[in-house]
Design a protein around this ligand. Structure first.
Ligand SMILES: Cc1ncc(COP(=O)(O)O)c(C=O)c1O
Length: 410
């Protein structure tokens, strides 16, 4: 057993520096901690960055999804088509509206929803499609938008992984009716807990803003500082989903550094592709365009049929070498709640199930050093080779060559 004390490579490390510290300190010194000028500034700069007219900051990506679905009118008895290969928040938001999530299996190589299977799951109750841009690579938005137009459905995009993702050059955030981003601690734009809902519709934006703070016509900053008029009305039943200035202070500076961060992650992704291109014991995800991917996640798929160890044993061996990995995702239909609620069987979504058993997410974050990156690549290759099934031990030159970098459109 290799026990490496030299490396301690986390799965993710946020990149903060003096700018963030100064901005947070400024909020503390002024004493305004809740939603105020920094949140407004973050919203405005985020909208400008993406090229959308409206951005509403909230306290999580989950909250953004809930408000987006409520905003387009999803209610009890409706159905929303989405993928089981996602984080629970996607389906939870649908259920919180009283609607039913209807799963379409994922594509076995990109893990995104199989857009050509969506129509088969539509009923008269279907009101919206909720695609998730897995890992930072866009779903097939042409197909999804076309289906939505034909069947008069709304499109709410779960872009928790897709800040800076582009689809055929168009920024994610500018395509569907409403797009929801997450700024959770491990995301590419991290503020700890936070999210943003963006849209081209002033009606949706206005409704989301009201719903995000108790259905209140004015937040405290506007009442107490901007207007000086303390009266307000409650015009609908809302939620307490607003983002505070302390988190927005981090967001403002993370946003300004976002292009540099993306470049760093893109370089790491290239190094992984390069390092693994001759390895016949794993599969790399096909990439439509290196430059359109946000590179939030770097997922490898182990060829278990050729390995003597299961996926979790591989992860343990990585851990022994000082490398933390993660799993994205255990498909929702395998969790107790969903199994009980919808009587799912593991094989109802065979692609999601098969992907889940094989996937490992490797570290990818801007502050990863070249030495750390090299160690992750070296360790991955060494562990796989050491655990190759005996009968497959001869080097297969043909298949090693066939596994060239699966990048399309470069
Ligand atoms: C695909 C997906 N959707 C939604 C969310 C929810 O975001 P948040 O944690 O900000 O609520 C996450 C968070 O991990 C996610 O991965």
């Amino acid at each position: 057993m290799v026990l490496n004390r030299k490396y301690n490579i986390p799965f993710h490390k946020p990149s903060f520096s003096d700018e963030e510290i100064r901005e947070v300190t400024d909020s503390i010194k002024t004493g305004w901690l809740s939603t105020g000028p920094k949140t407004a500034q973050f919203e405005a700069e985020f909208a400008e960055f993406l090229g959308v007219p409206f951005a509403v900051a909230v306290n999580s990506g989950s909250a953004a999804l809930h408000l987006a679905l409520k905003g387009v009118g999803i209610k009890e008895g409706d159905e929303v088509i989405t993928t089981p290969f996602t984080f629970v928040a996607t389906a939870e938001a649908i259920l919180q509206c009283g609607a039913k999530p209807v799963f379409v299996d994922c594509d076995p190589s990109t893990f995104n929803i199989q857009a050509d299977q969506i129509e088969r799951k539509m009923t008269r109750k279907t009101k919206a499609i909720l695609p998730v841009h897995f890992g930072g690579q866009s779903c097939n938005m042409d197909q999804i938008m076309k289906l939505a137009a034909v069947h008069h459905l709304k499109v709410i995009e779960d872009a928790a992984h897709a800040f800076q993702t582009r689809y055929h050059g168009r920024a994610i955030g500018t395509i569907g009716d409403i797009t929801c981003f997450s700024f959770y601690a491990t995301k590419t734009l991290a503020v700890g807990e936070g999210g943003m809902l963006v849209t081209n519709s002033s009606d949706y934006a206005q409704k989301a803003r009201l719903l995000s703070l108790h259905g209140m016509t004015k937040n405290a900053w506007r009442r107490e500082v901007e207007d000086g008029n303390l009266s307000y009305d409650i015009v609908m039943l809302g939620h307490k989903y607003n983002l505070g200035d302390l988190h927005a202070a981090l967001g403002i500076h993370q946003l300004r550094k976002a292009n540099g961060f993306l470049n760093a992650r893109r370089n790491i992704a290239r190094a992984y592709f390069d390092g693994f291109k001759c390895c016949e014991l794993l599969e790399l995800m096909p990439v439509d365009s290196f430059d359109d991917h946000s590179w939030h996640l770097f997922v490898i798929k182990l060829k278990l049929e050729e390995l003597a160890i299961p996926r979790d044993a591989f992860r343990k061996k990585m851990e022994e070498r000082g490398i933390r990995t993660s799993i994205h995702f255990m498909p929702l239909h395998l969790f107790s709640f969903f199994k009980e609620q919808f009587e799912f069987k593991a094989n109802d979504f065979p692609n999601a199930l098969s992907c889940y058993e094989r996937i490992v997410s490797l570290p990818i974050y801007p502050d990863m050093t070249e030495e750390e990156l090299a160690w992750v690549i070296e360790s991955t290759l060494a562990i796989l080779e050491e655990n190759r099934k005996p009968m497959t031990k001869s080097v297969n030159v043909v298949s090693a060559q066939a596994q060239s970098v699966p990048v399309r459109g470069e």
